[in-house]
Write a protein that binds this ligand. Sequence first.
Ligand code: HXC
Length: 509
Amino acid sequence: MRDILEKLEARRDAARLGGGAKRIEAQHAKGKLTARERIELMLDHGSFEEFDMFVQHRCVDFGMDKQEKPPGDGVVTGWGTINGRKVFVFAKDFTVLGGSLSETHAQKVGKVQEMALRMRAPIIGLYDSGGARIQEGVASLAGYADIFKRNVTASGVIPQISVIMGPCAGGDVYSPAMTDFIFMVRDTSYMYVTGPDVVKTVTNEIVTHEELGGASVHTTKSSISDGAFDNDVEALLQVRRLVDFLPANNMEGAPEWPSSDDPLRVEESLDTLVPDNANQPYDMKELILKVIDEGDFFELSEKYAANIITGFGRIEGRTVGFVANQPMVMAGVLDSDASRKAARFVRFCNAFEIPIVTFVDVPGFLPGTAQEYGGLIKHGAKLLFAYSQCTVPLVTCITRKAFGGAYDVMASKHIGADVNYAWPTAQIAVMGAKGAVEIIFRGGTPEEIAEQTKQYEDRFLSPFVAAERGYIDEVIMPHSTRRRISRALAMLRTKEVERPWRKHDNMPL
Ligand code: HXC
């Protein structure tokens, strides 16, 4: 018996070595951890339960049947806990055939995808892979398609998180693209459909891995990635932090953690946040940080479309999604990128029953040919559509400008927000005074224009015209914003909305 147990231990030890000591060394030399080291770091200590450690590929082409068959076949799969909460995980093992995906590798990933869905628990994929196992051809493509289909079935049911931790091509970027969040590691991770060599062959373009698909590209230009971290350790610790904000599934409701931050806390400094000069910017993040519990904010897509802020915080210990115009960047204007970014976030929150708080200071939609040719109408409509679809509690607070269509779009009362507050500094109007008067009084003398501008400012650049109509429920003191929002969210816990049956909507994609 003893020798049987020893044999098992020896087989396990061999499997744990993946592609062998030399390749592990090479992995470390690149500043990357191995698949198992990553899982160990991400999950609670000792909580990982591995599946399918001994699975091997069955490929016989290109001499694959003559070579040693590494156990595990390039991916480590199983489940464990993050701060005591169950998660499923798969981590591509680059030391085994570059983490490439074979038929059996795909079956391992599929098994944990199915278990995660059945158990209604989040799934996290750690990617470091050369894409389809070239030697397996169409069997590998079929494996990817199975994974994609499961990604879509699970979408909106359980959170799916992808962390890109090495060069990833082909199917290993398409699957992440269908998950809820993608994070990258700076300088060691890349995402592209085809790598630099293929690009050169097909288009003659010479481009580096970083230029083609590094974190610097995907967090600023393409918006594929929701964030980037300096190294594997930081990335994995931040994923733990994110998971704490997320519900396990779409039925569980936003998670709650103990908080010692008084929900009725008053923040006097907010009374002077908005400058006297309406054209002077201020940092909207300061408001978010002062309103949420303990200033603990998990921001998403910070470097992309920074004119809008999206991220998770907590109020009274419960997760809340925050969407806020940022006057520090392009005066907080809504453009195509900002609209798409916020729309995707709003839809995630709604799908997973996370209440949304929206802070508004928006001068309107960005005018111009660049925006119109780029499809601003449809992109702006995405945000309008996303908010209008929401059944989760929506609390909105206008701090300063809420002009034109952007007023409607930014979680106004009219599209379904439950509680709409405005600070006394709010200006709710079709447009700013100068633009309005120049249109209505075209050809007026300078004196007339000045007089009309003053009248317009006095009458319309305030929250009271909207408050008189009940579009704003209450004009509140800035210092009491946290208390007001906490109480509103507490009241809205029992919100229920009935929707007519439909197969699905037809949102403007
Ligand atoms: C089989 C692969 C492989 C692959 C890498 N390897 N990619 N084996 N299939 N796709 C193996 C290498 O042979 C090598 O084996 C080991 O992994 C490490 O690879 P290196 O090239 O030495 O590493 P590196 O220099 O770091 O380059 C990594 C890389 C490069 C950028 C990922 O390997 C690469 O370009 N691979 C091909 C990428 C690609 O085009 N894949 C197909 C995508 S199409 P040894 O034995 O030396 O350790 C696709 C279709 C699905 O995925 C699409 C669905 C929509």
